[in-house]
Unconditional design. Structure first.
Length: 354
């Protein structure tokens, strides 16, 4: 995959104090759970607990992690065993899976938590077992991240994704307003497809995308807003209901992720209505194809490959596999922040698969 992405370890805009992971490890070394040392190779066990594996973006992270792990195995002459558990959007199920991963003898746990309010329970389990814990893509509250010195979070700032998505809509509105303003009233009539209720990414992407437009002086009218739970099918159903209610009044569809944006496009495909401006977040492969086809105006790259790379770098360092020259840059002792990037037809070639 050829993507123009900013390296997570060299982002100049990040605030806070960045520290080197290996310096941190000198203070808080692993106890008990280290890679198996055999006669020929070392084996590193990594537990990967997902909120659900049928999420397109999450499955992309898993694929990237598997590929990068294979590359590291060859480069370092080690064995990396990844054990993937699908929580199926059930927190109780995920907690049971984490128990099994700990019993299995994982050296590091990587968790895409179902319910961020349950993080404390999961953290206590990891701390009791002495297994470092890396959360990714779903960020626990700051207070929970301070509960233990071997907790980490890898991901992007949700508000940044919302800001960039708002900028996509703003650019389209200012450059092609005559076409987009179907009724000529100078007001952008839109619907919002939100992710999971209460999820911080859904809340912040929604808030900041609209804030950008409001602060730029765009007059807005929200025709509808509802959850699509990050999924294509439910988003298509909801969009179909809005089309029955509002028809050609809808001038923009703002979706918290690509799967829901594609669901909205699917719904339009079942009608004679002209497709309005549609934007998403994630830059998944199907979304990039939709941008190429012109059905999706734009998306915002949520760097799946960067998340996978950062998690594996952390895992290798925490397990003592990396040598003293390998470092991972942290913010505030616990965070690895990645950057979002806008994707439209203009720069699509930088993000598409080779």
């Amino acid at each position: 995959m050829s993507r123009t992405t900013k390296n997570y370890s060299s982002q100049s805009h990040l605030k806070g104090v960045a520290v080197l992971l290996l310096a941190l490890l000198a203070i808080a070394p692993l106890s008990g759970c280290g890679p198996e040392k055999g006669a020929e190779t070392e084996t590193l066990r990594v537990g990967l607990a997902l909120y659900t594996q049928d999420d397109t973006f999450i499955s992309t992270i898993v694929q990237d992690l598997e590929r990068i792990a294979q590359e590291e195995e060859l480069a370092r002459d080690i064995k990396i065993n990844l054990s993937v558990a699908d929580g199926r959007s059930n927190q109780t199920t995920q907690l049971e899976q984490v128990d099994r991963l700990i019993t299995w003898g994982c050296d590091v746990l990587c968790v895409n938590i179902v319910d961020r309010t349950a993080a404390a329970v999961l953290i206590d389990k990891a701390e009791e077992a002495g297994v470092p814990l890396i959360f990714f893509n779903r960020q626990p509250v700051a207070e929970d991240m301070e509960r233990w010195d071997q907790l980490y979070y890898v991901g992007a700032r949700a508000e940044e994704g919302g800001i960039l998505q708002g900028q996509l809509v703003l650019k389209a509105w200012l450059s092609d307003r005559e076409r987009l303003d179907k009724n000529g009233d100078g007001i952008l009539q839109y619907v919002m497809l939100e992710g999971e209720p209460g999820h911080q990414d859904a809340l912040l992407r929604t808030e900041y995308s609209i804030q950008v437009l409001s602060e730029a002086g765009v007059e807005l009218e929200k025709l509808g807003s509802d959850t699509g739970n990050w999924k294509r099918g439910p988003a298509a159903t909801k969009m179909g209901q809005w089309l029955e209610e509002f028809g050609d009044q809808i001038e923009a569809v703002i979706a918290n992720n690509d799967d829901m944006a594609l669901g909205a496009i699917d719904a339009y495909g079942q009608t004679d209505w002209e497709l309005p401006l549609v934007v998403g977040v994630d830059a998944t492969a199907p979304a990039l194809q939709a941008v190429a086809e012109g059905t999706l105006y734009g998306t915002v790259l949520n760097d799946a490959e960067g998340i996978a790379r950062a998690m594996l770098d952390l895992t290798l360092a925490l397990s003592g596999v990396k040598d003293s020259g390998d470092t991972v840059e942290l913010t505030g002792d616990h965070y690895v922040w990645l950057s979002y990037q806008k994707v439209t037809k203009e720069n699509l070639a930088d993000f598409q698969m080779e």
